[in-house]
Design a protein around this ligand. Sequence first.
Ligand code: PD2
Ligand code: ZN
Length: 270
Amino acid sequence: MNAILQLEPSWQKWIVENINRGVPFNNIINTLFERGFYNAAYELMSQQSEVINIPYIDVSNNSIALPDRTVKLTSTFYPPFVAVIDSFLSNKECDQLIKSSEGKLKNSRVVSPIDGSFADHDARTSTSCGFQRGATDLITKIEKRIEALLHWPEIRGEGLQVLHYEKGAEYRPHFDFFDPKHPNHKEITGKGGQRVGTLLMYLSDVESGGGTCFPKINLEVRPKKGTALYFSNTKFDGSVEPLSLHAGMPVIKGTKYLATKWLRTNAYVS
Ligand code: PD2
Ligand code: ZN
């Protein structure tokens, strides 16, 4: 069903009137997002281009039926677009992912702003390990679930990373997008393009600390085993979203495990 036709008639009229007045589509789309009419905003976007060029979550219901699992949408926010999805992974899947990282965890690295290579950094004190897309049956299953949730082809995703934070470990405020003003931006994004969105999956409960914080919008999502947190790193027009600044807060008590999936604009082949 067309999401615009599901809006109240006064909003449908508002859209038509503004289009007829020559208001730029991006302004209309932005207002729809601001009012929480995400599906109508995506619908209008899809009328502008054949393919929506950002990941898209259907928020028309509070549950989302994915091919192999029904998940619960518990919070949404804009801007930037943020969604919290409960029961995205089962407890067993979380435990299995943690197990598959055992013996492979190394100091986490960040993408070097100099040449795009990976380097250790004080700002990221977790340990982590990366898995190629499709590395195991479980990872394939989760990647298919992500593809369905976000309407985003699996090939446009980096391999899954499992992160492990002990007491005091954190990931200080950063952007996941690559800075377009950086002189090496073209090289850095040459493979796969921009990181348009991020899906974090909490694999453990944490007694204290370890939330994911968005300091510019005063939002903190606390870790809950099996919950996924999606946020967009770019605006819907593809430009970078400074409000997406975020951090992994220090773990105060307990241990935090998380899986990260970064979504790219184009096919990503490592
Ligand atoms: O561990 C987190 O909560 C976190 C926070 C910010 C992870 C990432 N960023 C990331 O993997 O990009
Ligand atoms: Zn991040």
